[in-house]
Design a protein around this ligand. Structure first.
Ligand SMILES: *[C@@H]1O[C@H](CO)[C@@H](O)[C@H](O)[C@H]1NC(C)=O
Length: 116
């Protein structure tokens, strides 16, 4: 009994550390996004899945976007394209090709309000 009790007491702080650490890890996880232009020009950004705006700070004209899992994400082009990437990640076309100003990854705020 004593050893079981002391084992539980020894584990408890570990458990509470895990419980408190998990939400932080969820907030800081990233989606790896590759923006692909013409002639194999491309760049990759780690975008935090924090439902906040992340600018690309890159004027390269983009024809395709590839994302890792962890979204969903939505990206906005300067000529009006809105590109939605699914939570499981994927690859899609941007048409017509254009500079991507930035995007948002993570749960869309509207889902909290039954909007979609
Ligand atoms: C997310 O990306 C940022 C910037 O590149 C990096 O500092 C951070 O460690 C990454 N977080 C994870 C969980 O990979």
């Amino acid at each position: 009994m004593i050893s079981i009790t002391s084992t539980i007491l020894a584990i408890l702080p570990v458990l509470s550390t895990l419980v408190s650490a998990n939400p932080i890890a969820a907030r800081t996880s990233n989606v790896s996004v590759t923006f692909i232009g013409a002639a194999d020009a491309q760049y990759t950004l780690d975008i935090p899945a924090s439902s906040t705006w992340t600018p690309t700070n890159n004027v390269l004209s983009i024809s395709h976007i590839s994302t890792s899992a962890g979204g969903p994400c939505v990206f906005f082009g300067v000529d009006g394209v809105v590109f939605v990437a699914p939570a499981e990640g994927g690859y899609g076309d941007v048409g017509p090709p254009q500079t991507i100003a930035g995007g948002i990854c993570g749960p869309f705020p509207g889902s909290d309000y039954g909007m979609w």
